[in-house]
Design a protein around this ligand. Structure first.
Ligand SMILES: Cc1ncc(C[n+]2csc(CCOP(=O)(O)OP(=O)(O)O)c2C)c(N)n1
Length: 708
């Protein structure tokens, strides 16, 4: 492993020299080297016991060693001493966690999947989270490489918002840190966060632990030449530093000066630290892709050995004292392990708990901050002004933003332009550019930063321009939905993502007209609303904005300015609970279940069968109102589900399965579904109409069912 001398890149346009070398030297002298040594030894002991005994015995299913990375991470952890600092970790970050206040007991409990671990046995034993203790908050790590970067950018952006707009002086000087390996710099998340941080000049440190490999793939396949720092030297607004992550003096100087740059408000910094990976990627990896020469070179870079020499040279610890501390720490780890193994229970927590709001989290969400008004009235209390669906969303966003200064609306073109569907028109003018703003073109960045913001106590309300384009944010959406579950209720990341879906009034195409709600229904931890009219849009959006769960708010493009969806404004405090369907018309021979724009086609089709057809508008898919559907189907004995999403594995399949198993005895005919055919939406209008359910096709289905 090559050990670079400490280097400081200018960055394309990074502000000039800003770090006072004598101040850094002073800080290095003041570091608590004894505690640092203790934690390095603790981390190494846990790893070696796991590798030597627990993994071979099958007691740990997935063992990932941090050996070689410890010193750099522990130095970082100690330096994150501002009360508002946060870091995103990855699976090799246990030393950082130990330096941030996680106990040895918790670390080992996590490995053994026990209750005392930070995820109570739910997440992989080295995928951690830690609400703030004495050092930084550690945001819930993701198992997806690269997914750690944009949430850290969100935390950094929140620090600025909280300081500048909310007047929280406590946030001044705080930073966010995103840690990652050399493989992670090839991911979308890395580049997205880099763009966010450098365009907005955020207090974000990219802390890259370069061990030369991503499992077995060498770093020159992740970035040309294998050195991300030298490749980014010309990146505008970015300070770039690099150093050995194993040399105590060099590493501590580089970490402290990088942090000082970021803390001083001069913008983001990328610090690349070279470290050896002293074990395989995971326990099962025997590193056959490395030559013996490489393996030997790795060992010469062992930070533990370098630390031992450094401490002896500085007369902090003699080599004998170091050896005796090593023995003592090993004994402590064995004791903790013995106690945990002696206990008969491992994990007792119900695995189905904590997907949705149940208790206030320790970190994230708005309720702990007591910033939200309680839910409003479900009785309309508005005026006679007719509004369309677009105004419904617009007005609700604005009224809630006036009440709650923690709500932020952002996305591509939502600022001065007012959104490409016009939904946020005038919002920036009325509420302020710090609260309604444009973003870089990265759905990963828009959703990922929302996680960091939500955990920082804000309510992010991003707009994604079309359902198809939301795909690029999918990884972050999945992670957001699982924050509460993966941390056993300690963290929460509520947000409301608005996405226009479905065919437009004039036609469609494969990119702008996807409905696609079924794939979201499979995404755990998310509520899904798909209102068909202005009143429901007001009520559901307000409920989501005052709630604590991630919500997808799907706005049908064809209804935004459609007279059919117009209703009287239900008032500034009107809230509609999720999971309560509406019965639009009542009939005695068939129940149609639908949502979104299809409701109007169903109603038109039902006109021809006066008194025979009930039409139920589900309004929300997660949760969906099973009771209302089942009660109606038990009365009518016939069911038809109509939706604009494609048929195979569509949400109709779910509803029909429930009807078949719960209302079987009442059925007079086999329940049916009518959905868009399994093909993308064609640009040609006649072709489009041939694949999307039409009024005529719905009538034919009704007829068939009534005659069955
Ligand atoms: C998105 C994603 N793709 C693939 C993987 C499988 N995987 C786990 S770790 C890893 C290598 C990451 O290497 P690097 O970022 O250099 O970190 P290191 O393990 O070397 O510390 C891969 C490919 C993953 N977890 N996430």
């Amino acid at each position: 492993m090559k050990s670079d001398a400490t280097k400081q890149g200018q960055g394309g346009d990074a502000p000039g020299p800003d770090v006072d070398a004598s101040e850094i030297a002073d800080q290095v002298d003041k570091l608590d080297w004894r505690s640092i040594a203790r934690l390095v030894l603790l981390s190494r002991s846990i790893d070696s016991i796991e590798e030597q005994r627990l993994a071979p015995a099958g007691k740990i299913k997935l063992q990932l060693s941090s050996a070689g990375h410890e010193l750099a991470q522990i130095l970082l952890g100690f330096a994150l001493d501002h009360p508002c600092d946060a870091a995103t970790a990855y699976y090799r970050s246990r030393p950082l966690l130990l330096a941030s206040g996680m106990t040895c007991q918790e670390a080992i409990a996590a490995s053994l999947a026990c209750d005392e671990g930070p995820s109570a046995g739910r997440d992989v034993g080295v995928v951690f989270n830690l609400p703030r203790r004495e050092k930084a908050t550690i945001l819930p790590a993701s198992g997806n490489v690269g997914a750690q970067f944009t949430p850290a950018a969100g935390w950094a952006q929140s620090l600025n918002y909280r300081r500048d707009s909310l007047g929280e002086d406590a946030c001044a000087g705080a930073v966010a840190v995103a840690t990652g390996g050399d493989g992670s710099v090839a991911t979308n998340g890395f580049w997205s966060a880099l763009n966010i941080a450098t365009t907005l000049n955020l207090p974000l440190l990219f802390f890259i632990e370069d061990n030369g490999y991503a499992i077995s793939v060498p770093s020159d396949l992740q970035t040309p030449g294998g050195n991300i720092a030298s490749n980014l030297n010309a990146f505008k607004n970015l300070r770039v530093n690099e150093a050995s992550g194993t040399d105590p003096l060099e590493a501590s100087q580089a970490i402290l000066s990088s942090l000082q740059h970021v803390r001083s408000g001069r913008g983001p910094c990328l610090l690349r630290l070279t470290v050896p990976r002293l074990a395989g990627h995971a326990f099962t990896d025997k590193q056959r892709y490395k030559t013996q020469q490489q393996l030997d070179a790795d060992r010469t870079q062992d930070p533990l050995l370098k630390l031992k020499h450094f401490l002896a040279e500085r007369n902090i610890f003699s080599k004998e004292e170091f050896a005796s501390l090593e023995k003592k720490v090993r004994g402590e780890v064995e004791d903790v392990l013995g106690n945990i193994e002696a206990s008969t229970t491992t994990s007792t927590l119900d695995p189905k708990k904590h997907l949705f709001y149940q208790v206030n989290p320790l970190q994230g969400g708005l309720r702990p901050a007591k910033a939200l008004p309680e839910m409003g009235s479900s009785e309309p209390h508005g005026n006679d002004i007719e509004i369309d669906l677009r105004q419904a969303v617009q007005w609700t966003l604005e009224t809630e933003m006036q009440k709650n200064n923690r709500i932020l609306v952002f996305g591509e073109d939502v600022g001065a332009y007012g959104g490409i569907h016009g939904v946020t028109r005038s919002l920036q003018e009325n509420v302020g550019g710090d609260r309604v703003f444009d973003t870089s073109l990265s759905e990963e960045g828009i959703v990922g930063r929302s996680i960091g913001m939500a955990i920082a106590g804000l309510m992010p309300v991003p707009e994604l321009q079309f359902r198809k384009y939301a795909d690029a944010g999918h990884e972050q959406m999945v992670d957001a939905g699982l924050v509460r579950w993966r941390t056993a209720g300690k963290f929460a990341a509520p947000m409301v993502i608005r996405i226009p879906v479905g065919c437009g009034k004039k036609g469609g195409d494969p990119w702008h007209s996807m409905s696609g709600e079924a794939s979201y229904a499979h995404m755990l931890g998310w509520q899904i609303a798909m209102p068909s009219n202005a009143v429901d849009a007001v009520g559901l959006l307000r409920t989501a904005l005052r709630g604590d769960d991630p919500t997808l708010f799907l706005e049908h493009r064809g209804l935004l300015v459609d007279a059919r969806a117009q209703k009287k404004y239900p008032g500034d405090d009107y809230c509609l609970p999720f999971g309560k369907a509406a019965q639009c018309i009542e009939g005695d021979a068939l129940t149609i279940i639908s949502w979104g724009e299809m409701i109007y086609r169903c109603l038109e089709a039902a006109n021809a069968f006066s008194g025979a057809v009930t039409v139920i508008d589900l309004r929300t898919l997660i949760p969906w109102d099973r009771e209302c559907v089942l009660e109606s189907v038990r009365q009518t004995g016939r069911a038809l589900v109509v939706h604009e999403d494609t048929i195979t594995a569509g949400f109709a399949g779910e509803i029909l399965a429930v009807i078949a198993s719960e209302a079987y005895g009442s059925l007079k005919a086999a329940p049916q579904r009518l959905c868009t055919a399994d093909c993308p939406i064609p640009y040609n209008v006649e072709q489009m109409e041939s694949v999307v359910p039409s009024v005529g096709q719905i009538q034919d289905e009704i007829e068939k069912l009534l005659n069955a």
